[in-house]
Design a protein around this ligand. Structure first.
Ligand code: FES
Length: 128
């Protein structure tokens, strides 16, 4: 387990992909960590049960921004069921690892995506 951020984490922090609010999102996940106060919003666009677009807005630490950014890439083109299987460990692994003390930050990414999917499902069930 590395003790500091690797280059990939820093790259995703400095040049995050898919950052910004999605105005016409089909589902929005809002999660936060009460201890550090960091907040993450995950936006998804869904077509035929598949995530066709995913963006994020995160107010948080380096790890929170890097994990939410890479999560949006992992989630894209996955079915909702596949996306629900993405764990915080998958996110951290995809970044080449996180320092142990920052692993909890990657949990926000996992929870944010789950929250966005459940928001989407709730909206769909209300339309029926
Ligand atoms: Fe709060 Fe990283 S320190 S999410």
């Amino acid at each position: 387990m590395p003790e500091s951020y690797n280059d990939k984490v820093l790259e995703y922090f400095r040049n995050p992909k898919n950052m910004g609010k999605m105005e016409d999102a089909d589902g929005i996940g809002k999660v936060g960590n009460a201890v550090c106060g960091d907040v993450m919003h995950i936006y998804i666009k869904v077509k035929n049960n598949r995530i066709v677009d995913c963006k994020f807005a995160t107010f948080g630490c380096v790890a929170a921004i890097a994990t939410s950014s890479i999560l949006t890439e992992l989630a894209k083109n996955k079915t909702l069921e596949e996306a629900l299987k993405i764990t915080n460990k998958d996110v951290a692994d995809q970044l080449g690892g996180l320092p142990q003390i920052k692993m909890h930050c990657s949990l926000l990414a996992e929870e944010g995506l789950r929250s966005a999917i459940s928001d989407y499902r709730q909206r769909i069930s209300q339309k029926k």
